[in-house]
Design a protein around this ligand. Structure first.
Ligand code: ZN
Length: 317
């Protein structure tokens, strides 16, 4: 009898100990989990006033250091709208916000375009070296400039069937142009190049001529400064037709309509479209085409953006 009672007592003690350890483990885990959750951005952002749906969006968009920064400023509704914009880049968030604060009369998508393409600066007032490793995707405009000795790769002369006078162009661009020329010809359109590769020195001469004849403002509007002309890349062509070489009326020609509908299929884009002067820095040029390759040209055609916008979002990032 004594033995049995002792055994019962032992079982009782063990059970109590087990329950005690169990409870301790359970609450320990809970305390630890709570502690861990409080370290998360989800907790911190919720505490900061963002709703769960907004928190998920912010966590998806931003890196840790950006989220840390977000926690140092009051809940910001503009950020939540910005991240929904198509060409939003997280790295530019602070710049978007600053620019929007000073220019709240413009739309958020325009704020994004301005900052992405650096057009919040005046043209020629924010110098960036062209990333020459990009080859067919380099961007050369009034912010990105080429060195005097930039090597455009193999340059070939365009036969006079396809061009007025002596025109030289980068080889792959030439081949793409020939394919395009052939396709246009089948529809009775005879394309003709009348301006092509220009070296730094040649551009310098053009610019200085404009400047001495018409003044600096005029020169800046109608010619590029040396180093800033896309023609120095070897990838840009001024394309007219055999029967129309007028910068005034080419826009009304069948050749222009054909190029508008078909150039992208051969890897070319209209580089300075209508009403995009504030982004490209150039008034509409119905004749200036740039080789970027078929895939990029297709995207630009379908999404109706300038190369400057494409470059900022997809290449420079
Ligand atoms: Zn041109």
């Amino acid at each position: 009898m004594k033995k049995k009672r002792k055994l019962k007592k032992n079982v009782y003690v063990v059970a109590v100990i087990l329950i005690f350890v169990g409870l301790l483990t359970f609450s320990g885990i809970k305390i630890y989990k709570d502690y861990k959750y409080k370290q998360t951005y989800e907790y911190k952002l919720l505490e900061h006033g963002y709703e769960l749906k907004e928190v998920k969006k912010l966590e998806k968009t931003f890196k840790d250091k950006d989220l840390d920064w977000l926690l140092t400023i009051p809940k910001n509704k503009t950020i939540l709208k910005l991240v929904d914009e198509k060409y939003f880049l997280a790295k530019n968030t602070k710049e978007y916000l600053d620019y929007y604060e000073d220019n709240d009369d413009i739309s958020l998508d325009m704020v994004i375009t301005k900052i992405n393409t650096h057009t919040n600066y005046d043209f020629y007032n924010h110098d960036i070296d062209v990333d020459t490793s990009l080859k067919y995707l380099i961007n050369c405009n009034k912010f990105y400039h080429l060195a005097k000795d930039y090597d455009p790769g193999e340059i070939v002369t365009i036969p006079t069937t396809y061009a007025f006078g002596t025109q030289k162009i980068e080889k792959t661009t030439y081949e793409a142009y020939l394919n395009m020329w052939q396709a246009a010809k089948e529809e009775n359109i005879h394309l003709m190049v009348n301006s092509s590769y220009r070296s730094y020195e040649e551009q310098e001469e053009i610019y200085n001529n404009y400047k001495s004849s018409y003044g600096e403002d005029y020169a800046n509007k109608y010619a590029a400064k040396p180093g800033y002309s896309e023609h120095q890349t070897g990838l840009a062509l001024d394309i007219f037709s055999l029967d129309n070489t007028s910068t005034k009326t080419f826009v009304n020609s069948a050749a222009f309509t054909w190029l508008t509908n078909n150039a992208y299929k051969y890897g070319f884009i209209l580089r300075y479209p209508l009403d995009k002067e504030n982004i490209t820095g150039y008034s509409f040029e119905s004749w200036h085409y740039r080789y970027v390759g078929k895939d990029v040209a297709k995207y630009i055609q379908e999404n109706n953006i300038t190369y400057d916008e494409y470059y900022a979002y997809f290449i420079e990032k």
